[in-house]
Design a protein around this ligand. Structure first.
Ligand SMILES: Nc1ncnc2c1ncn2[C@@H]1O[C@H](COP(=O)(O)OP(=O)(O)OP(=O)(O)O)[C@@H](O)[C@H]1O
Ligand SMILES: [Mg+2]
Length: 285
């Protein structure tokens, strides 16, 4: 493994120092965790598939005007991203009732919601990421009303776009979780952008015909076939060659390694030299 400095070793990804100031490298691991890491397993191929899927979806979102941290794919498990100050809020958008919403409100899983719902969770593993509302967020200074409005607006735009994109490949977008971050420009201006990842680890995706689960619920609910389901999502998105890269329960590393350029061809070229670190932070939020 490399000698690069580890900035953060998370549950699903390791964050390394990037090649330029203001950049980071996201390494996608094969670790799967659920229920605040009480449940853990290694699922061969998951990291490669999530790296590809997230790189692709971030690129597509960027193309419709959603600023994202994604810069380029580096190899089958790594991508270069802009370093941001992560806002400690997980934004969840729900279209169909599933997971904790069903438990909390006694809804039947699969109930189509009359309109999409936004929820916020405070990113704090020790507390199990508790649900919070706008009032908590503003009162405790995690964000301000203007930024929050932008975050919610962007999240609904992501929902509209991804709903259509997944519908087009026979998948229902049940719900998903987003993280946002801030960077400060040279003149102290603040930029908000989508960070972390957009993958079947953070989205619930059901097959449109069968309602088969194609996301991390396969792991949470011991349904098996997680890597195969993620591969199916990647294949439907057109990111893998015919036949895929899963080979007898594991990943064919050689095949996977040959795919790294695909996203870079799609990705907009971004100039590293524009990424000067901010000199000062203009406002406290
Ligand atoms: N562009 C970015 N700049 C800085 N930090 C980032 C960026 N994108 C994602 N992160 C953070 O890096 C970490 C990614 O690792 P991972 O998803 O494995 O974490 P995790 O174990 O789920 O922890 P957490 O509860 O903080 O999300 C997360 O803490 C995420 O908030
Ligand atoms: Mg995470």
């Amino acid at each position: 493994m490399s000698k690069r400095k580890v900035i953060y070793d998370g549950k699903a990804k390791t964050i390394y120092e990037g090649p330029e100031p203001g950049t980071l490298i996201q390494y996608f691991k094969d670790d799967a965790t659920a229920f605040n890491a009480e449940k853990h397993a290694l699922i061969s191929g998951k990291g490669v598939l999530n790296n590809r899927i997230s790189a692709h979806l971030m690129t597509q979102l960027e193309a419709i005007g959603i600023p994202t941290h994604f810069m380029k794919s580096l190899n089958m498990r790594e991508q270069l991203v802009r370093e941001v100050d992560i806002i400690p809020i997980e934004v969840v958008i729900r279209n169909i009732a599933a997971g904790s919403l069903c438990k909390r409100l006694g809804l039947k899983e699969g109930t189509v919601l009359p309109q999409p719902i936004v929820e916020f969770y405070y990113k704090k593993d020790e507390l199990g990421d508790p649900m919070v509302n706008e009032n908590h967020i503003v009162t405790f200074g995690w964000s301000d009303p203007y930024e929050l409005e932008e975050i919610v607006g962007m999240s609904f735009r992501v929902n509209d776009y991804l709903n259509g994109l997944f519908a087009g490949i026979g998948l229902r977008l049940v719900d998903f979780k987003l993280e946002f971050g801030r960077i400060w420009g040279e003149y102290g201006e603040l930029y908000l952008m989508l960070a972390d990842e957009v993958s079947p680890d953070n989205c619930r995706l059901w097959d449109a015909k069968t309602n088969e689960k194609m996301d991390k619920d396969r792991f949470r609910q011991d349904l098996g076939g997680l890597a195969e389901a993620y591969q199916q999502v990647a294949q439907r998105l057109g990111l893998l060659p015919h036949g895929g890269i899963i080979d007898g329960g594991g990943i064919n590393e050689q095949l996977a390694a040959g795919l790294e350029e695909i996203e870079n061809e799609l990705a907009k070229e971004r100039r590293l030299r524009e990424l000067k670190r901010p000199k000062s932070k203009p406002r406290k939020v």
